[in-house]
Design a protein around this ligand. Structure first.
Ligand code: HSE
Length: 414
């Protein structure tokens, strides 16, 4: 029997305990060992839990018990999750986590210690919940050079955008519905402002390209500025608005990486990823596009990925799983303003014909968009592809000519 500890008894932690205790025989067959839960670490009281005898408030119980060989970190947040995970590995215990903030911020350090101590640090559940994506990139696609990864990585914002697109709900109503259904947190900032998707694309980029990308290196925009007008113009253009995390490697070796809403064409495989689902496209030089789709969040999908990692740890006590990336550096990521993009622009003017003429003059050929019942003075267009810095400069000149820029959204040719 292999003993493990679970740190954190929230949504994911209780799911991990549930999966381990309801699938005991099946898991033992897969792991070739029985897996027992010796401790559950949580500061709260759970006197009525069937696992009441396993609860502890002291991390020392776990770190000082040589019987515990795998520790599941599902507390969330950076501290003390980082210190506890480090200490566990330094004490020779493998660590499994679903904590994307931890992996996105400290992954390189944690993987280095795992390597030095010959233990495993696994985090399949940190991206895409129950969708297999870490193992496929690190193992199944290992013979490829990854060219690009682009994905819908956040279920809450995808649900909100789906309601805006299909039910014409405005952002605030769709967010309130997401909160009512338990998808969005009471404080939804990390989802709607893009931080959650940013952490996930950092993890995928680090894994695929071999060096750590830190969240603060990624230009990140959320969906709080998206209006129904933008959704209608996207439809008129031939697509939908989605919050996309995207990374590409340039010939120089540097990465282009961004999280932002994008217009994506209706034919794109990601355009029909709706509701709380996630979709991740990995473009390999040999495979072409491979797309992963499924539930990116939720108690049991996420717990399923965590438990699969626990099984892998138990099967690989002797032969360590290979999962590694090195430290990053400030110049590893290109300035997003140097990326070439085409941009949708929505603006307000007192003189539509003059404003469109000026836009054409400044930006080259523009693709003028219209929508039914547009308020007087509203104009919208899509620019040609050029460095984003040039678009920003030209739009500044356009606003000096009396045009108020209300929103800009990048076009994603996915
Ligand atoms: N808040 C996240 C989402 C949960 O909505 O996708 C999973 O990371």
């Amino acid at each position: 029997m292999v003993q493990i500890a679970v740190m954190g008894y929230g949504v994911v932690g209780s799911g991990v305990v549930e999966v381990l205790t309801t699938h005991t025989d099946h898991i033992a067959k897969r792991a070739k060992e029985e897996i027992g839960i010796k401790y559950i670490l949580d500061l709260r009281e759970f006197p009525d839990s069937p696992f009441a005898d396993k609860f502890t408030k002291s991390f020392d119980d776990i770190i000082n018990d040589p019987e515990v060989r795998v520790v599941v970190e599902v507390m969330g947040g950076l501290h003390p999750a980082f210190e506890y995970s480090m200490r566990c590995m330094e004490a020779g215990k493998s660590v499994v986590t679903s904590n994307k903030e931890l992996v996105a911020t400290k992954g390189a350090e944690l993987l280095k210690v795992a390597q030095e101590k010959n233990v495993n640090f696994l985090f399949e559940a940190s991206v895409g919940g129950g969708i297999p994506i870490i193992r496929p990139i690190s193992q199944c696609l290992a013979a490829n050079d990854v060219i690009e990864i682009a994905g819908i990585l956040n279920g809450t914002t995808n649900f909100i955008l789906t309601k805006m697109i299909h039910d014409s709900m405005d952002f605030q109503d769709a967010l309130a519905l997401a909160q009512k259904l338990g998808y969005a947190e009471r404080n939804p900032a990390a989802d709607v402002e893009g931080a959650d998707a940013c952490r996930k694309i950092c993890i995928l980029a680090s894994l695929a390209f071999g060096r750590h990308v830190y969240p603060e290196q990624v230009h990140t925009e959320g969906i709080t500025n998206i209006s129904l007008a933008d959704v209608e113009y996207a439809e008129q253009w031939g697509g939908v608005v989605k919050l996309i995390g995207r990374v590409k490697q340039m010939e120089s070796g540097k990465l282009q990486i961004i999280v932002c809403p994008m217009f994506i064409p209706r034919e794109s495989q990601l355009a029909n990823v709706d509701d709380v689902f996630n979709g991740i496209m990995v473009r390999g030089d040999s495979t072409g596009d491979v797309v992963f789709y499924g539930k990116g969040a939720g108690k049991l999908p996420t717990a399923s990925a965590v438990v699969a990692d626990v099984i892998d740890c138990v099967k690989h006590f002797k032969a360590r799983k290979y999962l590694f990336w090195g430290e990053g550096s400030p110049d590893y990521v290109e300035d997003y303003l140097d990326d070439k993009v085409s941009m949708y622009v929505r603006a307000h003017t007192d003189n539509e014909a003059l404003a469109l003429g000026n836009a054409n003059h400044l930006l080259g050929k523009i693709n003028h968009l219209t929508r039914k019942n547009a308020p007087a003075g509203e104009i919208a267009f899509v620019t040609e592809t050029m460095p984003e810095r040039a678009i920003v400069e030209k739009l500044k000149k356009l606003s000096e000519l009396g045009v108020t820029i209300e929103n800009t959204i990048r076009i994603g040719e996915l």
